[in-house]
Design a protein around this ligand. Structure first.
Ligand SMILES: [Zn+2]
Length: 118
């Protein structure tokens, strides 16, 4: 696995859809809030139903992982709260640890398979 930007782009693409109204990638406004060697913190906002999702895309030894949660924070608000430390990458990592065994958290949220529609 390499950490090339396009590798992350692929991961972000994979999670770029709305779990509530099923809007596709083109409807999702994507903001990369923070990036480092192994992770991207991404804010996704559905232009159809205004659902916002905060997602973490990570590269690990096991490959690309992503996790996310529905939020009512805007991208700006996430950055603001992140700065005052009420929301940190660590919080998301904790969430990740919880969800670790459930790789397909988002598809389960949708109650339908995601990876099979190529
Ligand atoms: Zn939506």
């Amino acid at each position: 696995m390499q950490n090339s930007p396009s590798f992350f782009d692929e991961g972000i693409k994979l999670i770029s859809f709305c779990p509530l109204c099923q809007a596709k990638q083109e409807k999702m406004a994507v903001n990369i809030l923070e990036k480092n060697e192994t992770a991207r913190l991404v804010h996704l906002e559905c232009q159809s139903c205004n659902t916002a999702i905060l997602a973490l895309v990570m590269v690990s030894a096991a490959g690309l992982n992503s996790l996310g949660m529905i939020t009512d924070l805007s991208a700006d608000e996430v950055l603001k709260f992140k700065d005052i430390e009420s929301l940190e990458a660590d919080d998301l990592l904790d969430f990740y640890q919880m969800q670790k065994k459930n790789k397909f958290w988002l598809s389960e949220l949708l109650n339908e398979p995601v990876g099979e529609r190529a």
